[in-house]
Ligand binder design. Structure first.
Ligand code: HEC
Length: 117
């Protein structure tokens, strides 16, 4: 009697542990693609970037490749799209487009989206 109760308890515990780990893993990997693409479009990013074709700016695939395995990838990209650094397009200097949201979660999602193309 006591043993089976203990057993049920332990099963419950390990189940909860599994769910917790699962939640963490999916949080790290899940990118809301639709939200990222909508934000890229509404912020005019798609005027100069596409997923796999070079336009005025590098394709997101090229950028993902360039930053693969780099620890500072996320912070570098976040800076690029929130601070408007100087860029050159056909020799003409201008400020890089700033993403049209202040929602840190949405910005992070867009950065993750770019890095996982
Ligand atoms: C007017 C054209 C234009 C628009 C609009 C634009 N970009 Fe860019 N973007 C560029 C160019 C050109 C570069 C390359 C700058 C360089 O290499 O110095 C660049 C660079 C980048 C990079 C960094 C690539 C790298 O290798 O470091 C990212 C990420 C990026 N853009 C994302 C975005 C996002 C997100 C938006 C929308 C908020 C956006 N861009 C809007 C032209 C544009």
């Amino acid at each position: 009697m006591t043993t089976s109760l203990l057993c049920a308890r332990m099963m419950k515990l390990s189940l909860a542990g599994g769910l917790l780990v699962g939640a963490f893993v999916s949080q790290a990997q899940t990118v809301d693609v639709a939200a990222a693409e909508a934000l890229a479009k509404s912020s005019s990013c798609t005027k100069c970037h596409s997923v796999d074709k070079k336009k005025d700016g590098p394709s997101f695939k090229e950028t993902a490749g360039k930053y693969k395995g780099k620890a500072d990838a996320e912070s570098t990209l976040t800076k690029q799209i929130t601070t408007g650094p100087k860029i050159k397009i056909d020799g003409v200097e201008e400020e890089h487009q700033i993403v049209k949201t202040k929602d840190a979660g949405a910005i992070k999602n867009l950065v993750q989206y770019i890095l996982t193309r």
